[in-house]
Design a protein around this ligand. Structure first.
Ligand code: GDD
Length: 336
């Protein structure tokens, strides 16, 4: 039985990955950070069945990482913990750096010290491309524009590439945006599906958004964790772009969600004065400067040909299916 340690197991990706590894009969260990609210909502089904063993720890606390590695004795490590909110990284750059770079360095150094043969997956990101124009693939230059993107880029070059040159098995999964019903409510897709469902149910009148023109390549998180696993099953460690190859604006995403809910959304005005109106004439969306990034990544569209060729990975769930899935899940939660 293979043993896996997942940092960030309570998050969207960690929980889907734990579900996947459970079907493959892994012994699953999860690093969990203590918080004042219940973080276990996404993995309660695995905890109840005793399918995951949780170890309290923190990416900023070396002793806890050493202990977690000693307990889990992993064959595979999936480092999914991180400060993953791009907007927040502008407000908290030091914390972002401490978790996304220094924490990974401590974990990776200690992991290879304890077991030079361990396989290590690092959650890298399309945010590293920044201003680089699409399609972005493994050979494209990185030009990050946020503290989050910079921290991930430095980890990619100074930790992943450097340790691989020393002969260790460590991969970067350069994942483009990936969403699901388990997505955090501060990310734009979930914010939109949840608020539009609330509007449909008469729970709120409207909500605010930022930049509607940025383009993202959105896939389904459940598909993307499968790619992570495939990377660690290879003989040779490498980096892979994981994306759908299709890009849409935030505006198009909002329109698709509104269409599924039959809200009859139309837009009026421009810039910060733009509003979204339903067929009944109700203003449901306003623009707020607060939700704009100080520096934006304008256009992401990934080219995942290498993942298709080497890993045999292709996305299974379409964008529309994913948005519909998120709306259905939000309807269930909110009518409960
Ligand atoms: N969060 C948020 N809230 N984003 C908004 C809003 C809003 O109200 N209005 C517009 N946006 C725009 C942002 O400016 C950005 O262009 C886009 O929506 C997507 O924002 P997020 O959903 O917050 O995701 P992200 O692209 O910044 O980052 C996500 O994807 C990365 C992969 O490229 C995160 O999951 C990162 O951790 C991940 O690495």
């Amino acid at each position: 039985m293979k043993r896996a340690l997942i940092t960030g197991i309570t998050g969207q990706d960690g929980s889907y990955l734990a579900d996947l590894l459970e079907t493959k009969d892994y012994e699953i260990y999860g690093l969990v950070r203590r918080t004042s609210t219940d973080p276990f909502i996404r993995i309660n089904h695995l905890i109840k069945n005793d399918r995951v063993k949780l170890i309290y720890g923190n990416m900023r606390d070396k002793a806890t990482l050493i202990r977690a590695l000693e307990i889990a004795k992993p064959d595979e490590i999936y480092n999914l913990a991180g400060q993953s909110d791009v907007r927040i990284s502008f407000d908290c750059p030091d914390e972002t750096w401490a978790i996304n770079f220094e924490g990974v360095k401590m974990l990776a150094d200690e992991a290879f010290k304890q077991n030079p043969k361990v396989k290590f997956y690092q959650a890298s990101t399309s945010e590293m491309y920044g201003k680089t124009q699409p399609p972005q693939n493994e050979a494209s230059p990185f030009e990050p524009v946020s503290p989050y993107g910079e921290s991930k880029h430095k980890t990619h070059t100074d930790i992943v590439k450097a340790l691989r040159e020393k002969g260790h098995f460590i991969c970067s999964g350069i994942l483009f945006n990936h969403e699901s019903p388990r997505r955090g409510e501060n990310f734009v897709t979930r914010k939109v599906t949840q608020n539009l469902v609330k509007i449909k149910l008469g729970m709120i009148e409207g909500f605010e958004l930022g930049n509607l023109e940025a383009r993202r390549d959105w896939g389904f998180a459940g598909d993307y964790v499968n790619a992570m696993w495939r990377m660690l099953q290879q003989e040779v460690a490498d980096d892979f772009v994981i994306a759908t190859g299709v890009s849409r604006t935030i505006r198009e995403m909002v329109e698709m969600a509104s269409e599924i809910l039959d809200l009859g959304l139309t837009w009026q005005g421009e810039g910060l004065d733009e509003i979204g109106i339903t067929k009944d004439g109700k203003i449901i969306i306003r623009i707020n400067k607060y939700f704009y990034r100080p520096n934006e990544v304008d256009y992401l569209r990934g080219d995942a040909s290498k993942a298709k060729e080497v890993l045999g990975w292709v996305p299974q769930v379409s964008f529309k299916e994913m948005i519909a899935m998120m709306i259905e899940a939000d309807q269930k939660i909110l009518t409960r």
